[in-house]
Design a protein around this ligand. Structure first.
Ligand code: KG4
Ligand code: ZN
Length: 342
């Protein structure tokens, strides 16, 4: 089974072709970073127009790199949400057109499910597993029991951890996007120089909060003169606090998962922030201490891509699930909810 995937929910226009034996035949990502950089964040209108401009060429490129023809495909999957609606519309319309013209099944993929199932594409892991999903818009702990079968243990009460990275970069004068810039600056820094808060630490449950940490960093930066060594120390201290906060909540989730899913003992981290080496290290140590296997997809498959969307298509086609050409894109689409909106 071979599926074309299309991802357009944020600021990456991506296309990929994946086979059901977990082979990625092509994986093309066009990042719009340069278009959004002057604004210090993603501008939805610019994103939608850029997706529209590039999507046809990128579909073509994915097909050529895989050396395939549309007749070789068994389905076409596109992100149907959640995300910026203009971009999702572009990807869905493209997928619908291809499905209609070539008589292919259509799968409207949940972007979060793409991140959630990536570890099955990269590492072939079995259900159930515990997932820490950390991206620019989401921060969740989820028991993954099957495609479309999720129990959310906790989520952020305010900001996603990726937002905290991006905001920290901004106040430190580091380039956009913030996550990779903070990680790089932190390499030279002292993680113990500033005692930033570890929000929610020690509290029961699996919810997160990052606005207090974000504010503490902004306040600290306001009160000091920014020079390179200080930037590095703030970045390292922030990253260390974020890691501790994630680990504390994940530990509670491991305890809950162990009682509710006795057949599972794998912790998976996914989403853009999972590209961070420090966080991967902290979570890997935690998993090992708890007797869990730790799986983190390669960084290029943690950030937004279309291989994960094609993979959702494969998992759903295996179950005989497809979507109608009338599927309406969904700006909001929680993982632990029925797939088809009313
Ligand atoms: O999953 P993703 O590519 O897009 C969303 O669906 O949100 O995640 C983007 C987020 C951004 O906040 C970005 O700063 C963060 O992931 N990120 C990182 C790193 N690479 C990307 N955060 C920390 N360290 C990184 N190396
Ligand atoms: Zn994402």
């Amino acid at each position: 089974m071979i599926v074309l995937g299309i991802e357009t929910s944020c600021d990456e226009t991506a296309t990929a072709i994946v086979r059901d034996d977990r082979t990625i035949l092509s994986n093309v990502v066009f990042t719009q970073l340069d278009e959004h950089r002057p604004y210090g964040g993603v501008v939805p209108e610019i994103a939608a127009r850029s997706h529209l401009e590039h999507i046809d060429g990128l579909v073509d490129q994915a097909m050529r790199e895989a050396n395939l023809d549309f007749t070789d495909l068994d389905g076409v999957a596109a992100t149907g949400g959640p995300g910026l609606i203009g971009g999702v519309l572009v990807g869905m319309m493209t997928a619908k057109a291809i499905a209609l013209v070539h008589g292919l099944p259509l799968i409207a993929a949940n972007h979060l499910e793409g991140h959630a199932l990536t570890a099955r594409l990269t590492d072939g892991i079995e259900f159930p597993y515990l997932l820490l999903l950390v991206s620019g818009g989401h921060c969740q702990l989820v028991a993954v029991k099957g495609p479309g079968d999720y129990t959310r243990y906790g989520t952020t009460l305010d900001d996603a951890v990726g937002e905290a990275f991006d905001k920290t970069a901004k106040v430190l004068g580091l380039p956009y996007p913030g996550g990779p810039a903070v990680e790089e600056a932190a390499l030279q820094g002292d993680p113990n120089r500033f005692a930033f808060p570890r929000p929610m630490r020690g509290r029961p449950g699996c919810d997160f909060s990052f606005s207090g940490l974000k504010t503490a960093v902004a306040r600290k930066v306001q009160s000091v003169q920014l020079e390179p060594s200080l930037v590095a120390d703030v970045a390292a201290s922030f990253q260390s606090a974020a890691g501790d906060a994630l680990a504390d909540r994940t530990l509670n989730a491991i305890h809950r998962f162990r009682t509710e899913e006795p057949n599972g003992n794998t912790l998976v981290v996914a989403g853009g922030v999972a590209a961070n080496a420090h966080l991967r290290g902290v979570l890997s140590t935690l998993a090992t201490a708890e007797g869990f296997r730790f799986v983190a997809p390669p960084p290029a498959l943690c950030t937004d891509n279309a291989a994960m969307i094609a993979w959702v298509g494969i998992e759903r086609l295996r179950l005989g699930e497809t979507d109608d050409l009338s599927f309406a894109p969904r700006p909001r689409w929680p993982l632990d909810e029925e797939r088809i909106a009313s």
